[in-house]
Design a protein around this ligand. Structure first.
Ligand code: PNS
Length: 160
């Protein structure tokens, strides 16, 4: 059984993430979407909120599981007996950062492969940060995130 992990911050999940997750789910037997629990990085949504949104928006994908991890991704991969890391590549600007992470991960565990998926062109400009920036000023992010995330952003910024 080929198990892939799609790691990230997912603060919050966007349509770009969903595109990568659903395409990964067609290729691998199981895809675990793993939210990095990193207390040093200031996030808008708590890990629990991010997990709950991910569960909601991937509920139609039978072989996708949502989890969180802290520490090294390669330790988490071992604990899940997962062989592949899935990462999306949006543009050339992603390449250097992704190459660094993949190279370090290979050094830590050369039995794990990093599998890059080219993001659909529709989402090549999209990031969680840009979505938060736009939603903060009450502009529509309807085409950029699933409806549940749009609602969660509206509620978050109404509280602020
Ligand atoms: O969505 P992001 O924030 O670009 O995801 C980055 C992530 C979570 C993939 C990366 O920061 C990560 O794997 N962190 C865990 C710590 C780790 O394993 N570091 C060594 C490789 S750089």
């Amino acid at each position: 059984m080929l198990i892939a992990v799609c790691p990230g911050s997912f603060d919050p999940v966007t349509n770009g993430h969903l595109d990568i997750i659903s395409r990964g789910a067609k290729i691998f037997d199981k895809v675990i979407v793993a939210v990095l629990n990193n207390s040093s990085k200031k996030a808008l949504f708590s890990v629990e909120e991010r997990i709950s949104l991910l569960q909601e928006v991937t509920s139609g994908l039978a072989n996708v599981e949502i989890d969180s991890f802290d520490g090294l991704l390669m330790d988490y991969m071992r604990s899940k007996q997962a062989q592949v890391v899935i990462r999306g590549l949006r543009a050339v600007s992603d390449f250097e950062y992704e190459m660094q992470i993949a190279a370090m991960n290979r050094k830590l565990n050369d039995e794990v492969e990093t599998f890059f998926v080219m993001t659909n062109n529709r989402y090549s400009f999209l990031s969680s940060s840009i979505v938060k920036e736009v939603a903060r000023y009450q502009a529509s992010v309807a085409d950029l995130v699933p409806p549940a995330v749009e609602q969660a952003l509206r509620e978050k910024f109404a509280q602020a």
